[in-house]
Design a protein around this ligand. Structure first.
Ligand code: PMV
Length: 319
C-alpha cells in the first residue's frame, strides 16, 4: 500500500492575469490531500469520502468512459498514467482530504497530483517533479479545457512560487512566514465561468483590460520585493491595488467585498480575493497584534476564518 499527500493552494497575486501571459504568485498551504493506492488483480475501485463516493468500481476497459465529476480527476490521472507508461493493472484507490472541496484550495489539482505521484511510487516509474507537473496539467486540461496550472504547481512543488501560465516559469520565492488571515465566504466559485467572463471583457475593452494586466504584473514585481524585505505593510497595500483591479474586471462579489472591507476596517494592512473570485476565500495581511480583531471582523461580516500555514511542502510519500 502506497500513501502520498499534496498540499492545497492560495493564489496571493496575479490570478486571472496569469491566463493572459502575466506572472502570478501562489503559495502551498499545510492542508493536504491524501491518496492511498494498491494493486489488485482486476477492476479499479475508488473511494472518495470527502466527495461522498463510498465505492465506485469499473473495469480497466471502462477507464475512458465518462465518470461522476467527483472522481473524474482520479480516473483520468490513472488513464493518462497507464497510457504514458503502457501499464495495465487493477487498483484500489482511496482519497481523503484535510480541506473541503468547496473553499477553492485546489482539490482537483491536489487529487490529480497525489494520484499521479502514488502511481509513480507504486509502479516505480521514477517521475521527476516536472514529469508529475506535466502529466497532472495534461490531466486537468483534458477535463477542464482551461487553466494556468498554478494550483498544480503549488501541489507538486510546494513552497511559495513565482509562476507563469502552463509552467513556463516556476520559481521558488524565499519568504518568511507571511502574516496572513484567510476568510471563507461560504460560496463556491465557478472558476471556468469567471475565467471566460474576463476573456470576454478583454475582447470588448482591450485598451482597458490589457493595461489592468500590465499593472498586475507591476504589482507582482513589487510584491516579490516586499516579500523579500519582509515589508508586510507594503505587501498588504499591494493586495489592495490587486483587489481594486480584480473588482474592475468584475470578478469580485459582494460577499468577498464584505470580508475584505471588514478586514481592512479592523486594521489589516490590506486584503484581496484569492483565486477566481465570485466566492471562495479572501486573504488579508495582518500584523500579529491585529490578528484577533481582523478574524473577529471577518466572522462578524459572515465569513469563516480558516487556519493554515503557508509555504507547505509539495507532494510527498507518506510513511
Ligand atoms: O482555481 P481557482 O478558482 O483558485 O483560480 C485560480 C486562478 C485563476 O487564474 C483564476 C485560474 C487559473 O487557472 O489560473
Amino acid at each position: 500500500m502506497i500513501k502520498v499527500s499534496s498540499p492545497g493552494k492560495l493564489v496571493l497575486f496575479g490570478e486571472h492575469a496569469v491566463l493572459h501571459g502575466k506572472p502570478c504568485i501562489v503559495t502551498a498551504i499545510d492542508q493536504r490531500m491524501f491518496v492511498k493506492i494498491k494493486r489488485t488483480n482486476k477492476d479499479i475501485s475508488v473511494k472518495s469520502s470527502q466527495m461522498g463516493i463510498n465505492k465506485y468500481v469499473i473495469s480497466l476497459k471502462e477507464l475512458k468512459k465518462k465518470h461522476p465529476k467527483e472522481i473524474r480527476f482520479v480516473l483520468k490521472s490513472i488513464e493518462n498514467f497507464f497510457e504514458k507508461y503502457k501499464i495495465k493493472s487493477g487498483l484500489k484507490v482511496e482519497t481523503t482530504s484535510e480541506f473541503s472541496s468547496k473553499i477553492g484550495f485546489g482539490t482537483s489539482a491536489a487529487v490529480t497530483v497525489s494520484t499521479i505521484k502514488a502511481l509513480d511510487e507504486l509502479f516505480k516509474t521514477n517521475m521527476e517533479e516536472k514529469d508529475i507537473f506535466e502529466l497532472a496539467y495534461k490531466t486537468v486540461l483534458d477535463i477542464q479545457g482551461l487553466g494556468s496550472g498554478v494550483d498544480i504547481a503549488a501541489s507538486t512543488y510546494g513552497g511559495t512560487l513565482y509562476y507563469k501560465n502552463g509552467g513556463e516559469v516556476i520559481k521558488p520565492i524565499k519568504t518568511n512566514k507571511i502574516p496572513l488571515v484567510i476568510g471563507y465566504t461560504g460560496i463556491k466559485a465557478d472558476t471556468t465561468k469567471l475565467v471566460k467572463k474576463v476573456s470576454i471583457l478583454k475582447k470588448r475593452y482591450p485598451s482597458l483590460v490589457n493595461p489592468i494586466f500590465d499593472l498586475l504584473e507591476k504589482i507582482n514585481k513589487e510584491a516579490r520585493k516586499a516579500m523579500s524585505k519582509k515589508d508586510y505593510k507594503r505587501l498588504g497595500e499591494l493586495m489592495n491595488f490587486n483587489q481594486g483591479l480584480l473588482s474592475a474586471a468584475k470578478v469580485s462579489c459582494i460577499e468577498l467585498e464584505r470580508l475584505i472591507n471588514a478586514a481592512r476596517e479592523a486594521g489589516a494592512y490590506g486584503a484581496k480575493l484569492s483565486g477566481a473570485g465570485g466566492g471562495d476565500c479572501m486573504v488579508a495581511v495582518v500584523e500579529n497584534r491585529k490578528r484577533y480583531d481582523v478574524e473577529k471582523a471577518i466572522r462578524r461580516a459572515g465569513g469563516t476564518v480558516i487556519k493554515a500555514n503557508l509555504g507547505a511542502e509539495g507532494v510527498r510519500l507518506e510513511k
